[in-house]
Write a protein that binds this ligand. Sequence first.
Ligand code: ZN
Length: 222
Amino acid sequence: MKSALRFLAAPVLVAGLVAGCATQQPFTPPTVVSAAQWGSKPHEFPESYRQTPKMVLIHHAGEMWKAGSDPEQKLRNLQTWGFNEKKWMDVPYHFLISPDGRIFEGRSVDFKPDTNTNFDTTGYINVQLWGNFEEQRVTLAQLKSVVGTTAMLIDRYDMPKDAFTTHKDVAEGQTSCPGKDFHRYIESGLFKQWVEDSLKGKTPAIELLPPLEGGPTEMTPE
Ligand SMILES: [Zn+2]
């Protein structure tokens, strides 16, 4: 009896694994430049900043990106400016994405983000794309990286697959962030589809939409 069961169990197990593989490939997270790699030197956060991540919050920088800008230098400058001008403990974002698609780690997700607008930031993971998408177009590389970053965070913190939003959606009437050239990917449902495909282990078919009527028409330089 025992040996007959053992004989039966093996093919059942194999069939189960094969069926599983067909529907769920493992998700591969994108490469991230760590905070230590760009030379981050954050101050110590008070305990009142501690949070549990619950949703990804997407921003643009709102400042034109100039060709040849160095994201690592911009990060170090932003950190120093935050210390001096805002009394922030660190850069206000948890992840930052340059127009060439590189992803940089900012502040620890264990601490809530800072903002210049008025809303409760607790639980948000702030992801910023450099550029001003009211005046410049988001690049394909950036679009791919923000989809990958969002999927990575949803996967890592076991959040619902639609656990993402944008600055203007949580601070209504206070900002146009993350800019009209980016926000349409959220509005159209394309972003949601791409994140879901990524989480299934598929390569999402990410493409730029044609320029909006009335612009912006100029691509952010990489
Ligand atoms: Zn914003």
